[in-house]
Design a protein around this ligand. Structure first.
Ligand code: N9Y
Ligand code: NI
Length: 187
């Protein structure tokens, strides 16, 4: 089971490396990694398990955060409006890639954080408001999905990790809350 002790923090050079493409067919170790990453996110969002194992709730995780420089990410995005516990998006994505995106940008009203960053970094993080992403799933099947708003932001945060990019790289250093005209704020 993955816990916070497995997650490396900023300063560790792995977070700045472009991660390696995964080759197919998938080996058992890579499949297990993907499953464990998704399980971590689910556990972290379960109040009892989060308390028991001292997990910080997360909606996404990228393998480099586990000091594994491979192009694999997991996302588990809960539906805040819905009590049925059906997530909006729950997936392991292998070799994910943004193949097209909107001109319009968007950012989260509260800015962003990261499980690999133990401090608050204030400022807007502008990202594409809509993206088309291709990836391979754990069965090795090619997938192509269109995302907008929050799920699009989460997946871009994770794809950044496999490219060695941190969320604060996108914050305007001189004016952290200054935005261009084409950026909408998601709240
Ligand atoms: C985990 C990050 C990924 C998100 C940050 C902004 C977009 C993607 C993460 C730090 C603390 C909060 C936490 C979070 C959350 C939100 C809604 C519901 C449940 C992956 N990461 N967080 N960042 N939690 N939990 O660093 O999830 O947003 O690379
Ligand atoms: Ni992160």
């Amino acid at each position: 089971m993955i816990t916070m002790n497995d997650i490396i923090r900023e300063g560790n050079p792995t977070l700045r490396l472009p991660a390696e493409e995964i080759t197919f067919p998938l080996d058992e170790e890579t499949k297990k990694l993907g499953q464990d990453m998704l399980e971590f996110l689910q556990n972290s969002q379960d109040p009892e398990l989060a308390e028991k194992y001292q997990l910080r709730a997360g909606v996404g995780l990228a393998a480099p955060q586990l000091d594994i420089s491979k192009r694999i990410i997991a996302v588990h995005i809960p539906d805040m409006e819905d009590e049925t516990n059906e997530p909006i998006l729950s997936a392991v994505m292998i070799n994910p890639k943004v193949v097209s995106h909107s001109v319009q940008s968007a950012c989260l009203a509260e800015g962003e954080g990261c499980l690999s960053v133990d401090r608050e970094v204030p400022g807007y993080v502008p990202r594409h408001s809509r993206v088309t992403v291709t990836y391979l799933d754990l069965n090795g099947e090619q997938q192509k999905i269109r995302l907008k708003n929050y799920p699009a932001i989460v997946v871009q945060h994770e794809i950044d990790h496999i490219n060695g990019i941190m969320f604060y790289d996108h914050i305007n250093q001189d004016a952290p809350f200054k935005l261009d005209d084409n950026v909408s704020i998601i709240s």
